[in-house]
Design a binder for this molecule. Structure first.
Ligand SMILES: [Fe+2]
Ligand SMILES: [Fe+2]
Length: 138
């Protein structure tokens, strides 16, 4: 996983690395399997990982002060729907690009636009905590 996707929260970074590995595996299947149905196991694996990851991230957001939590959760809902569509489609390999490419691009964009803010929110909390601790010393 490219370092630009690191958010600085260990568990989330580990989960993201697993998601990227599943996307790469799906993309390899796309490159080698001509039969669209052959992609279903790789898509299901990616779906399992992502659904568990979204649940974790949403629970994490609920435990900290996170600015656009509702909007972030709404984007997860869209990705959940897209995953469902890809897994359940009878023709998963669309003519205008494989679902792996579409999913990969949307998930990468999501990480950079929304998940990155989780890292900033934690940094903000830590900064406030340090300030509070420093103020308490006087
Ligand atoms: Fe997210
Ligand atoms: Fe994420």
């Amino acid at each position: 996983m490219d370092a630009k996707y690191l958010v600085g929260i260990q568990e989330i970074d580990v989960q993201h690395a697993g998601v990227f590995a599943a996307i790469e595996s799906l993309q390899r299947s796309v490159a080698t399997d001509v039969e669209p149905q052959a992609l279903v196991p790789a898509l299901r694996k990616l779906q399992d990982l992502l659904l568990a990851h979204f649940d974790y991230e949403e629970s994490f957001m609920g435990s900290i002060e996170c600015a656009d939590r509702r909007e972030h959760e709404a984007r997860h809902l869209e990705l959940r729907a897209l995953l469902d569509e890809c897994v359940n489609s009878t023709v998963p390999a669309a003519a205008d690009g494989s679902p792996a490419q579409v999913l990969g691009r949307k998930i990468s964009d999501h990480l950079l636009e929304y998940d990155a803010k989780l890292g900033y929110a934690v940094e903000h909390l830590v900064t406030n905590l340090r300030r509070h601790e420093a103020a308490e010393k006087f």
